[in-house]
Design a protein around this ligand. Structure first.
Ligand code: GLY
Length: 434
């Protein structure tokens, strides 16, 4: 029995993971480092930062934590899993070297080439002039520029013209606008098609997919406006069939886990493949080495088997298919963001209307919130994820949107997309199965 669990992180993803862990069994003690204004209701927030690895080890030892779950990528890059493992503290997530699938995009490109995993044509550069020449030869509207290192969701660029492309490349490689993350860049073929997020549990050998999910990265309706960390997500995705999932499993997920093991970096944790569904089949745009945010919110709502045993089985190398199951239906998460998000979110605004939500289909996951003097305040860019279940995606969306507004959940300057799930509803995929 996992009685004491530590969740590292303080976003909507971590609240959703904690919510699932809290509801699947009674008497479990949950801690969140640092947590938010919602996690303090289901557990205890502790004042330790996500990359304070020695502080987290100390806490986990002192409290005899049975399981630590890592939310964000930064602690993975800091080697939290390696350090916990050295101290014999059970922790769910990939080691620092396995997490390179996310933390070093040049590594990921080389890895996919070596193991025949479908991905867009990609070339890595350390030299500005060579990158520029290549980019112009390909045509700037046909390429994507990516920083090789971690950039907190700010490292992917789709230039519209040559001056913009030069500005981006110069910013990354010459002016170091993203620090060391942009010293190496990947110039990648620009693909078209719907994108999905395919997450899977892995114990280093076996890989069990969750349901397909789709997030919305642009701030405004119609996929306009700046890139964000993700302002809405749906799962299961109606246009993704069992045959497509089977193909992703055979051509991407299992070969990735096999390849990582063969290269000496056994991959345990969540493997998140960001996929473009092209006419030739799914291609990996990027890997993430963690649960997605906000994809985790609808996924946890739909998962109907216990989460803690799955996480422990991944750590122990005993994962089985029967451990991972999902309820019928769909779930949707609509993110309510602060005024000024993503550039400069306004904090400290009072949040109203959570007490108006009495629909059993809805759970409101907190992200950038805090409680001060009994008031719930905005405390980050992404504030809340209003997440709802429905028999169909339309039902789920109707429940979620029904809870938002002047008579429901609201705060000054609140921004949210009104078209979450619309792409998933409208897409019809032309697909050549292999
Ligand atoms: N939703 C995108 C991410 O988690 O990176």
């Amino acid at each position: 029995m996992t009685e004491r669990i530590l969740v590292v992180g303080g976003g909507g993803r971590e609240h959703a993971i904690g919510w699932k862990l809290a509801h699947e069994t009674v008497g479990r003690k949950l801690y969140f480092a640092p947590g938010n204004g919602g996690t303090c209701v289901i557990g205890t927030n502790i004042d330790v930062g996500v990359t304070d690895v020695s502080g987290l080890v100390q806490f986990a030892s002192d409290k005899r934590i049975d399981l630590t779950v890592v939310g964000p990528e930064a602690p993975l890059e800091s080697g939290i899993v390696d350090t916990f493992a050295e101290e014999h503290l059970p922790i769910f997530g990939p080691t620092r070297s396995a997490a390179m699938l996310e933390t070093d995009k040049a590594f990921a490109v080389r890895f996919m080439e070596a193991h025949g995993i479908p991905h867009p044509d990609s070339v890595t550069f350390t030299d500005f002039d060579k990158a520029k020449t290549y980019m112009f030869r390909k045509g700037v509207r046909h390429i994507v520029i990516k920083a090789a290192g971690l950039a907190g969701g700010k490292g992917v660029f789709l230039p519209d013209d040559e001056p913009e492309a030069i500005k981006i490349l110069g910013g990354l490689m010459t002016h170091h606008t993203l620090g060391t993350a942009g010293e190496r860049v990947i110039i990648q073929e620009r693909l078209t098609g719907p994108e999905i997020s395919m997450l899977a549990f892995s114990d280093g050998t076996r890989v069990i997919p969750l349901l397909p999910a789709q997030d919305h990265k642009r701030l405004n309706d119609g996929d306009e406006g700046p890139m964000t960390g993700g302002v809405g997500a749906v799962a299961d995705v109606p246009f993704v069939t069992h045959e497509m999932i089977d193909q992703m499993y055979r051509t991407i997920l299992q070969p990735t886990v096999d390849g990582m093991r063969e290269e000496g970096h056994p991959y345990t944790g969540i493997l998140y493949a960001g996929l473009m569904m092209t006419k030739e089949g799914p291609k990996v745009l990027e890997y993430n080495a963690r649960f997605g945010d906000p994809e985790t919110q609808p996924l946890m709502m739909l998962m109907n088997t216990q989460l803690a045993p799955v996480l422990l089985s991944c750590i122990e190398g005993t994962l089985t298919e029967s451990q991972v199951g999902f309820t019928r239906g769909k779930a949707a998460c609509v993110v309510l963001a602060s005024e000024g998000y993503p550039e400069s979110p306004v904090l400290g605004r009072e949040i109203f209307g959570l007490d108006t939500v009495n629909d059993p289909h809805i759970t409101v996951f907190h992200a950038g919130t805090m409680v001060d003097d009994g008031k719930l305040l905005t405390h980050g860019g992404r504030v809340l994820g209003v997440t709802a279940w429905g028999k169909t995606l339309s039902d789920a969306l109707a429940h979620a949107y029904g809870a938002i507004g002047e008579k429901g959940i609201h705060f000054d300057g609140m921004q949210y997309r009104k078209d979450i799930g619309r792409t998933a509803q409208k897409t019809i995929l032309v697909w050549l199965p292999v």
